[in-house]
Design a protein around this ligand. Structure first.
Ligand code: IFM
Length: 451
């Protein structure tokens, strides 16, 4: 990896902070959703989570011990603005200032994600992303944060995985706020979110011209079965275009979000199917949305192997019998970390950060008091090798944020799934660095030479 390659870990506010009802924090849609019966595994919630709100100093000290250079965390919008707009909750804001100060003191660079799904409930009541004021709300929130941080924070990510909070939260109904909207509504929300992103970027540029700004998108990252030009083209199409053919799958597409942002237009392949449901796009909207960015953050977990059928069609290859899976039954497909960045770099020509990658394992504390997670080490090693290779083959790879720093609240699976490289005992809040955490330390120390 080159010298400036950023080695980090990632988390998000609702998944780790806890203190859901403390110090003047307002409610988020996740606070409300978790109180509803049968939504979350065994009725879990993020009320306490990893109690990071109170234990952040200890957590940062662990990061330092592990040699971590950068920490990607998100801000709970309602902790800072309990009503989403208007009066600022100074205690909430102070928490993030303390966090940033502590990180800087430890020599760890903060990467701030502005939105990782915990929308203020008060804004939800006003229609949330369907409300045409939502870009103004997000702009105001961005301003509060960027003014407070000043030059202490030089890296911002506007949204985390719009695919997922729209796809699960407003289309599939399995994440907060648990709704199933029509395609028209979903496309309207999408447009407002894209405008919110653009307004936020403009605000960051005005107030913090020194800052680097990006977004973190996600998608299945498919890879070709062979290196023939046909198979590579089929895999590229499978990532960028084919998804529009499956009904209701479009929110999960990377190009539906990436093209407006990086190319200033919705993708033609998608419009073929969605044009008839599209909201009105006002003059100037696409300019706001396509503010130049410094990088693309991509969260990558897996994809399908793709081949080309005899008549030239894109074809998914069945997974081999007994293929590797994570504890969440997600397939293990390291090549996604080679081809995903490659396809994205070719299309958008921006340095790529992997803003999330990792897995859930059945981790336990062994008799020796340690947490042995060889499967996670093997997974990370295989994926990182592929990402490194993408860099060697010409992709500008800027950094890698392992998901996640510590075990946390995995949305509708509650605490049943453990994604951390640090183990959390959710009864005592004790933390134990897993074997993978020690392994990651050696990767960072050698700047990836040992991969
Ligand atoms: O935990 C989530 C995270 O919040 C968003 N990306 C995927 C992770 C694992 O499911």
């Amino acid at each position: 990896m080159n010298k400036s390659f950023v080695w980090g870990v990632a988390t998000s506010s609702y998944q780790i902070e806890g203190a859901a009802y403390e110090d003047g924090k307002g409610l988020s849609i996740w606070d409300i959703y978790c109180t509803q019966p049968d939504k979350i595994f065994e009725g879990h919630s993020g009320d306490i989570a990893c109690n990071h709100y109170h234990l952040y100093k200890e957590d940062i000290s662990l990061m330092k011990q592990m040699g971590i250079k950068a920490y990607r965390f998100s801000i709970s919008w309602p902790r800072v603005l309990p009503n989403g707009v208007g009066e600022v909750n100074q205690k909430g804001l102070q928490f993030y200032l303390n966090l940033v100060n502590e990180l800087l003191e430890a020599g760890i660079e903060p990467y701030v994600t502005l939105f990782h799904w915990d929308l203020p409930y008060e804004l939800h009541k006003k229609g949330g992303w369907l409300n045409s004021d939502s870009p103004k709300w997000f702009k105001e929130y961005t301003k509060v944060i960027v003014e407070a941080f000043g030059d202490k924070v030089t890296n911002y990510i506007t949204f985390n995985e719009p695919q997922c909070f729209i796809g699960h939260g407003y289309s599939g109904g399995v994440h907060a706020p648990g709704l199933k909207h029509s395609t028209q509504d979903l496309l309207q929300m999408t447009h407002h979110i894209l405008l919110s992103h653009g307004e936020s970027v403009k605000t960051i540029r005005e107030l913090a011209p020194y800052a680097k700004v990006g977004i973190a998108t996600t998608a299945l990252m498919h890879y070709p079965t062979s290196n023939t030009p046909e198979d590579i083209e089929s895999a590229r199409k499978a990532v960028m275009d084919e998804i529009f053919k499956s009904e209701n799958a479009w929110p999960w597409s990377v190009s539906w979000w990436g093209d407006p942002i990086f190319l200033g237009k919705y993708p033609e392949e998608g419009l073929k199917y969605l044009e008839k449901y599209m909201p009105k796009i006002k003059d100037g909207d696409m300019e706001i949305i396509s503010q130049p960015l410094d990088f693309l953050g991509q969260n990558i977990y897996n994809g399908y192997e793709i081949t080309t059928s005899p008549n030239g069609e894109v074809e998914i290859v069945n997974r081999e019998i007994g293929h590797g899976k994570t504890a969440l039954n997600w397939p293990i497909t390291p090549k996604s970390l080679y081809w995903g960045p490659k396809f994205l770099y070719e299309r958008y020509k921006k340095p790529i950060f992997i803003t999330e990658n990792g897995l859930s394992c059945h981790d336990v504390v062994s008799l020796d008091g340690k947490v042995h997670d060889p499967n996670r080490i093997d997974f990370l090693h295989r994926y990182l090798k592929e990402f490194k290779k993408a860099g060697e083959d010409g992709v500008e790879i800027a950094g890698y944020f392992e998901w996640s720093f510590m075990d946390n609240f995995e949305w509708h699976s509650g605490y049943a799934d453990r994604f951390g490289i640090v183990y959390v005992d959710f009864t005592t809040q004790e933390r134990i660095i897993k074997d993978s955490g020690y392994w990651y330390k050696t990767v960072i120390e050698t700047n990836g030479k040992n991969l």
